[in-house]
Design a protein around this ligand. Structure first.
Ligand code: ADP
Ligand code: MG
Length: 471
């Protein structure tokens, strides 16, 4: 997916305010009614409608008028919210090239102020671009598009929590830097996915290291569940780094043995096929029956001394609840391996678009889009929402008397490129209505015609406040 971060530079505070308002509205609405967005954003004089048009033009929002007139965030809009938050937190200052595309994620290089390059993973659950996964579709067919955002956020949170836990226990994983919405920032792995490596000087040593990792993870109570050549990075010194953790489960999971055996089998299969590794004969086998010669060194789940609890503790500490785990488990990890089924040689470049992360260095960032930190912008979600709440209350308490600027809003058509004439018309109408309301010519309550809102103004207000506090 194209991530044109250039647009980011031209988005104003109001743009982000409205984008955030849509995000908040999506907690309760599949499509957020325009009027609700306007009420949350609380821009003066119908400013929301002008901003909505701009956001639509840049494909940060999707317009839907099938049931009522409203909007939802696109992945791009969600990306921008996350990136903006990260920039405001000082995590990075620029977004560079895309270095990877997983089935349900996009990975970009990002750079810190001092030039350090990190990796940014944007989760995109539901994209399923490489293979249709029926059960996933069935699960979410009747659910709102917010579900995709919600699940992507859970995937990111879970991945971040696991990466941190593994790192703390000395596993070779990227350094988990930060997480916001569906975005995880981690250190850049200087290496290649194993799937791209045709030859290894010491395949047996690498094999043992990798199998050792599966066993050691299980000893720590964890199973990767997608452990294969796509999710194992290797550098020129044959150093291994594991990636991709949203589907991990505890060794106490009901299907733990199956997941463990599957991970092990993937590694055996790959090394046998790719590097012609033959596994030790079982010398103890007295008969000459067709016993699989691998069995001797194949780790058995039942024989591993497991210490469970790490997972639950780490997840709880990250704010990841049991329900989150249930939700995400229903969606990923149950029935498919996201990256495997990879025995075909032809698939080896799938999932990777850059030449090599090894070759990337700071010079590559000539084309990097630098993003400015907005000092006065709220640094994270909670404060953002507080800010929205504050201004909403401000607007509620203040008489809307500043009609002198209302006329300025008429220049909006000058933006040109009217890609959605009907929508533009309807937005303009709504804007006019809002301007009139601001001038006091119209009672604001009469504008509630395009969606049903049973509550009065006060119930509405408490709904928003509840939304914001439960965020
Ligand atoms: P998915 O969950 O969609 O499979 P992955 O986490 O496996 O996503 O990442 C997809 C690809 O992006 C990887 O195969 C790898 O090439 C690249 N990648 C992911 N994380 C990093 C990282 N930290 N450093 C360098 N490359 C990475
Ligand atoms: Mg992967």
């Amino acid at each position: 997916m194209k991530l044109d971060v250039d647009v980011l530079r031209y988005l104003s505070k109001d743009d982000f305010r409205v984008l955030t308002a849509v995000e908040m509205g999506m907690r309760n609405h599949e499509i957020v009614p325009s009027e609700l967005i306007d009420r949350i954003a609380c821009l003066k004089h119908g400013g929301t409608y002008k901003v909505l048009k701009n956001l639509l033009k840049h494909k940060l929002l999707h317009h839907d008028s099938s049931k009522y007139d409203g909007f939802r965030l696109t992945y791009l809009g969600y990306d921008f919210l996350a990136i903006k938050t990260m920039v405001n937190r000082g995590i990075f200052t620029g977004v560079g090239r895309q270095i990877g595309v997983g089935k349900e994620s996009d990975i970009f290089e990002v750079a810190k102020e001092d030039g350090t390059v990190l990796a940014m993973k944007l989760h995109r659950l539901g994209r399923v671009s490489f293979r249709a996964v029926k059960s996933k579709r069935d699960y979410l067919r009747h659910r709102s598009s917010y579900s995709w955002l919600y699940l992507s956020r859970l995937a990111a949170l879970k991945e971040f929590a696991f990466m941190k836990a593994l790192e703390e226990h000395g596993f070779p994983v990227p350094n988990a830097v930060d997480c916001n919405r569906h975005c995880v920032i981690m250190s850049l792995v200087r290496g290649y996915p194993l799937v791209q490596v045709k030859q290894l000087p010491n395949p047996d040593v690498v094999f043992e290291t990798i199998i050792g990792l599966v066993v050691r993870m299980a000893e720590h109570g964890l199973i990767h569940c997608d452990f294969n050549e796509f999710n194992i990075m290797i550098d020129d010194d044959e150093k291994i780094t594991m990636i991709d953790f949203p589907q991990m489960v505890s060794v106490s999971h009901r299907n733990a043995k199956m997941y463990f055996d599957r991970d092990v089998e993937c590694i055996f299969k790959f090394f046998r096929k790719r590097y012609n590794l033959s596994f030790e004969e079982n010398e103890d086998e007295s008969d000459d029956s067709e016993v699989d010669s691998e069995e001797v060194c194949r780790p058995r789940f039942s024989e591993i001394k497991k210490v469970s609890g790490l997972l639950d503790k780490k997840l709880a500490a990250s704010g990841f609840t049991g329900k989150d785990q249930e939700d995400i488990e229903r969606f990923i990890g149950e029935d498919v391996q996201k990256d495997s089924d990879s025995d075909g040689e032809g698939t080896e470049d799938e999932g990777y678009i850059a030449d090599s992360t090894n070759e990337s260095n700071i010079k590559d960032f000539g084309s990097m889009c630098s993003l400015r930190k907005e000092e006065d912008n709220p640094p994270d979600r909670e404060i953002e929402h507080e800010a929205v709440e504050d201004t909403c209350m401000e607007r509620d308490d203040k008489p809307e008397d500043d009609s002198s600027q209302a006329g300025c809003e008429h220049d909006s058509e000058a933006d040109g490129q009217i890609e959605y004439p009907e929508l533009t018309k309807s937005l303009s109408k709504q804007r006019q209505r809002a301007i009139q309301a601001a001038r006091g010519r119209r009672k604001s309550s009469t504008s509630r015609t395009t969606y049903s809102d049973k509550g009065g103004r006060s119930s509405y207000k408490s709904k928003i406040q509840k939304q914001m506090s439960s965020w």
